[in-house]
Ligand binder design. Structure first.
Ligand SMILES: [Zn+2]
Length: 119
């Protein structure tokens, strides 16, 4: 209950986008440290690294996308990309599975195992 499933590719994409903005913000913050060249260089470098990292992630998504399966979501009728055997719809977050015999149960188990590290 209360657990929200979301599409894996969407999640990674959101993370990459956040990383780009974080990089820009970090670089911008560096401008406030113009009196200290070391701090400024550090901020610029960190921001640059964040942007590089997100570029790498975007590249990785591109490679992952070639492995995904396109399915029509039974809930909203749109075509969504699935990563792995179980994933959620990109548009309505409806849990989906490629294996009809595993419907429902398998999805929960995998997500719980990945998310609930404390248990
Ligand atoms: Zn959907």
């Amino acid at each position: 209950m209360g657990v929200k499933y979301s599409n894996k590719i969407n999640k990674i994409r959101t993370f990459a986008l956040v990383l780009i903005f974080a990089g820009i913000v970090i670089m911008y913050l560096g401008l406030f440290f113009q009196t200290s060249p070391i701090a400024m260089t550090l901020f610029m470098l960190l921001g640059f690294l964040a942007i590089i990292a997100s570029t790498v992630i975007y590249f990785w998504i591109g490679m992952l996308s070639s492995k995904t399966v396109q399915v029509q979501c039974p809930e909203c009728g749109k075509y969504t990309k699935m990563l792995g055997r179980v994933d959620a719809c990109m548009y309505c977050n409806e849990p989906l599975t490629l294996d009809k015999s595993l419907e429902g149960k398998e999805f929960d188990e995998k997500y719980n195992r990945k998310k609930g590290k404390g248990d």
